[in-house]
Design a protein around this ligand. Structure first.
Ligand SMILES: O=C(O)CCC(=O)C(=O)O
Ligand SMILES: [Fe+2]
Length: 318
């Protein structure tokens, strides 16, 4: 049964760090108190990440003073998972007190597959930093074909949102052709959007319209962040509707012969396109520390088609 963490545990982890305890000693204390190792590590990681983010807040709203040494955090009824009260489930993509809700895929209990009602999706790879999950079987062959067929007549050379001005531009870094479906524009789009919403626990209304990209041989999307650069002058205008982007789902609609992987240069990862598979990654703040730099490697042979869903903080009205 999954263990759950409480606000008391969160506060305790922060106190230990503030008292200068090493992560190893904090972990040992949690293990002694009956916490499972994977849960303890996830809890420590999430609590510290949220705490560090809160330090960016203005002086006066920061957490309190240094406190005592290592004591043992009470796992208590939590170790048996019987305390639903106000605690929240720990998952790779869950969140901690003080941080806003974010899209996440529930991997608590390390599932091999997730039942989304109309489809069972397989979990192929998961990573913590960046928060990333590679999924199989998210879209059927027929859905991939139908998306490509519906998109093709509407494809145009891709434009990129220009944070300098808030407008759009043709961009040498992005040599694909693209189009956007309107949210909910057809039964197919509605079905896929509803499925994605269940997968990432995020409202359909917070999603941008599904984008389809086609890369021909030589085409690529150079490494970039999907969030809007907070320092760029056009970002305020872009984020007026829906706030920042907070997560991305790239779905592979076909398979190029060679090349065209989605690369994550900060961690040396490349996800190869497999029809119906997808890569999800989340960035809880618009910061390179999320390690979500990514790109579409040049297609060497064949064509690559993907559908991208970008998720915003709030309801997005185009
Ligand atoms: O084509 C890819 O693999 C990545 C696409 C991408 O980064 C995007 O659509 O934002
Ligand atoms: Fe991207």
């Amino acid at each position: 049964m999954a263990q759950r963490i409480t606000d008391e545990l969160r506060a305790w982890i922060i106190q230990q760090a503030q008292a200068g305890c090493t992560p190893e000693s904090v972990l040992q204390a949690m293990l002694k108190a009956g916490w499972q190792e994977t849960v303890a590590l996830t809890a420590m990681e999430e609590v510290m990440e949220a705490h560090v983010a809160s330090l960016r807040a203005p002086v006066g709203t920061r957490p309190g003073e240094r406190q005592g040494g290592v004591s043992h955090p009470e796992a208590g009824s939590n170790s048996r998972g019987t305390s639903p009260d106000t605690s929240r489930q720990v998952s790779h993509h869950g969140r901690s007190a003080g941080t806003p809700a974010r899209p996440y895929i529930d991997l608590s209990g390390s599932p091999r597959a997730i039942d989304l009602g109309d489809r069972i999706v397989t979990v192929l790879v998961s990573m913590r930093q960046p928060r990333l999950v590679v999924l199989g079987n998210l879209l059927s062959e027929e859905e991939c074909e139908a998306l490509m067929r519906a998109a093709e007549p509407r494809l145009k050379r891709s434009r990129t949102v220009q944070t300098a001005t808030g407008g759009e531009e043709l961009n040498a870094d992005r040599t694909s052709d693209g189009m956007f479906f309107r949210r909910g524009e057809s039964p197919l789009i509605q079905r896929i959007e509803a499925r994605l919403s269940r997968l990432v626990h995020w409202p359909v209304e917070n999603g941008e319209g599904l984008q389809v990209l086609r890369y021909r041989p030589g085409a690529e999307y150079r490494p970039h962040y999907d969030y809007f650069d907070p320092r760029a002058p056009g970002t305020a205008r872009i984020t007026e509707r829906g706030g920042q982007r907070v997560a991305t789902l790239v779905m592979y609609l076909n398979e190029p012969e060679r090349g065209g992987g989605t690369t994550f240069p900060d961690v040396g990862l490349e996800v190869m396109p497999q029809r119906g598979h997808a890569v999800f990654f989340a960035y809880d703040r618009p910061d390179p520390a999320t390690r979500t730099l990514h790109g579409g490697a040049p297609v060497l042979e064949g064509e690559k088609w993907v559908a991208t869903k970008w998720l915003r903080e709030r309801e997005f009205t185009p």
